[in-house]
Write a protein that binds this ligand. Sequence first.
Ligand SMILES: [Zn+2]
Length: 145
Amino acid sequence: MTHEDYMRMAMEEADLAVKEGNAPFGVVVVSKDGRIVAKDHDRVNALMDPTAHGEVNAIRKLCQELGTLSLKDMTFYTTSEPCPTCLSSCIKAKVKAINYGAEMELTASLPIKARDLAGQSTHPIKIVGGILASECMKQRERYRR
Ligand SMILES: [Zn+2]
């Protein structure tokens, strides 16, 4: 499985999010050995919860399932650059890395670049952007006319 394979799955999750009435954001979580351990998506509208972003949902589900507060060996693939809420949540969960597709929207409610914010964290988290960036961007824009 390549970065692009995981990102395509995250894009399928983003499609699912929209089908369920939410914003087009998807996430896939991969363990150290390359296994997919979680897939989730934005559920803000479905749950009537402004914090129910894909990353946050995946963290809640995984930590409960595994009975842990630490996802230290996990890598997150997200269709869009994580917002500060999601990045903070990943840092709290000690996530190893976040690989994202499209850059954050300029209209985001708190448009702080993930890498800038991560640079201030005492927990090292690797942020890599640009995986299937144009596909992820096109998908996001298709749903946000
Ligand atoms: Zn978020």
